[in-house]
Design a protein around this ligand. Structure first.
Ligand SMILES: *Cc1c(COP(=O)(O)O)cnc(C)c1O
Length: 494
């Protein structure tokens, strides 16, 4: 036997055999089925310490391939227990999300097809399905049909692209000539957003070379909504001072309190001053699937662009963010750059995803979104979101009725900002510390996970309901745990 034959036997080439693929595949699906049915077997927030997982795994990759069963055992024994379980029904931190069953199938098939959606030609069905999914969702949330769009990974990236398009729309030739060392020195280019806006707006300005100085944060009212009169005042002031306002980012569902900026009034200001209006509806855009809540997007038909994340509150596995815009031509102008080897003769007839963003390669993300929309339907999605809002109202009513608890912001959806405020404790710093200890105490139980924010310079507990398997029982358990630990903490403090 020659040496090369021998090495072929000990190191057979090719992928896992189809038989083994089926066998392990069935096992994995069975395991996932159990995981989804009994996620509560895991602590939602693990007690894992930094370095634990690293230490449990070999420092070097194996020289010889291992049996898949051994690999999967480590996933079950080492990885899963040390994950924070976002797919747990008592995950109430940040924004609760869901990988629903049809969405998981979508991800699985996406990995199997492994298409790169850079051009229509490299993934015809994926490109066209993305158009279908984007259009279906647009209709579900009530945006008019002059909005087209595409899918990116995250809202941060969608907003980056929107602001890049807004800058391109200035026609200052920044795409070719850049912003530095120009003979016609550019004025300060200004972007406006509220004090409560997501940090992704500021990050986009850093990345686009506009700099943090280009951002002006507009104050909010008592309910954390952008003050449109202040916005206009700031624009006028900046213009007088020689700056060039060009973009406003309004938020429908801010990250802290889910407040909704007055988009109709902001759109008026943008029209008067000819500014690009981008709406960040990353979280709350999904709520517009509920017909009686569609008013939350009032005024958004007048926006130039809008982002919403189906991976947040629309049961689509992470990641999936849709950027809508009435100005696809401008977005394309900002990003289209076609090297010779990617030229195709159908450029004018088809949508080539690579022309609308930084990335060349794009994942087939529409598959999972399309499956989720088909499987649940508009009514099924609306019913589930309505139930989350009902649970949110219920939790809010408990806070309002309890003498030692305080609501810290209005609750437009299913995110509640509150704190424990026993009448015996009036010192602001001690109240903050007490609530921080309370948060850590309930999270350490592994039975629920909440996060926090700061509102009017007070430490606020933040509980958000958005997971598909969260029921009234989970909310009751959370409320009971909070009260139990609050009582314990105030006893030990006294
Ligand atoms: C979550 C969130 C973002 C950021 O979302 P990513 O998809 O993680 O980038 C932006 N804006 C708002 C209002 C959000 O709630």
């Amino acid at each position: 036997m020659s040496q090369s034959d021998e090495s072929k036997l000990t190191h057979p080439l090719g992928d896992m055999s189809p038989e083994d693929f089926r066998r392990h595949g069935h096992e994995i699906i069975d395991w996932i089925g159990d995981y989804l049915a009994h996620t509560e077997r895991y602590a939602v927030l693990p007690s894992t310490q930094p370095g634990d997982v690293r230490r449990a795994l070999p420092e070097e990759a194996p020289a010889r391939g291992e049996d898949f069963a051994a690999i999967f055992d480590d996933v079950k024994d080492i990885i899963a227990p040390s994950l924070t379980h976002w797919n747990h029904p008592s995950f109430f931190a940040y924004f609760a999300i869901t990988a629903s069953a049809p969405g998981i199938f979508g991800e699985l098939l996406c990995a199997a097809f492994n298409v790169n959606q850079m051009l229509w030609r490299t993934a015809p069905a994926a490109t066209e399905l993305e158009g279908v999914a984007v259009s279906w969702l647009r209709q579900m949330i009530g945006l008019p049909d002059n909005f087209d769009g595409l899918i990116y990974d995250t809202a941060s990236v969608s907003t980056l692209h929107a602001i890049a398009a807004a800058r391109e729309n200035l026609n200052l030739d920044i795409r070719e000539r850049g912003m530095s060392r120009r003979d016609d020195a550019l004025p300060l280019l200004r972007v406006y957003t509220s004090e409560q806006a997501h940090s992704s707006v500021e990050k986009a300005l850093i990345l686009l070379g506009l700099g943090q100085n280009s951002l002006r944060k507009i104050p909010v009212d008592a309910e954390f909504r952008m003050d449109a009169a202040e916005l206009e005042r700031a624009i006028v002031e900046d213009t007088r001072a020689g700056a060039l306002p060009f973009c406003v980012v309004a938020t429908v569902g801010t990250t802290s309190t889910t407040s909704v900026d007055p988009v109709p009034a902001i759109a008026d200001v943008c029209e008067r001053h000819k500014l690009w209006l981008h709406v960040d509806a990353a979280y709350a855009g999904s709520a517009a699937v509920i017909p009686e809540l569609q008013f939350i997007l009032d005024g958004c038909a007048r926006a130039d662009s809008l982002v919403t994340n189906p991976h947040k509150w629309l049961f689509t596995p992470f990641d999936c963010s849709v950027l809508y815009t009435r100005r696809m031509d401008v977005l394309r102008r900002a990003f289209s750059l076609i090297p010779e080897y990617l030229k195709t003769d159908d450029t004018h007839a088809v949508m080539n995803g690579m022309d609308y963003g930084v990335q060349l390669g794009r994942r087939f993300r529409s598959l999972k979104l399309w499956m989720v929309m088909r499987y649940f339907g508009q009514e099924g999605l609306a019913a589930r979101l309505r139930e989350h809002n009902r649970l949110g109202s219920l939790f809010t009513s408990w806070i309002k009725a309890a003498p030692d608890w305080e609501l810290l912001a209005p609750v437009p959806f299913s995110t509640i900002c509150f704190r424990f405020a026993p009448h015996t404790e009036t010192d602001a710093t001690s109240l903050d510390a007490l609530n921080e200890r309370l948060m850590h105490a309930v999270n350490a139980t592994g039975e629920m996970f909440i996060s926090h924010t700061r509102l009017h310079d007070r430490f606020a507990l933040r509980l958000t309901i958005g997971h598909i398997r969260t029921t009234e029982t989970h909310i009751e358990q959370a409320w009971n745990l909070l009260r139990k630990h609050a009582a314990h903490l105030s006893d030990t403090a006294a």
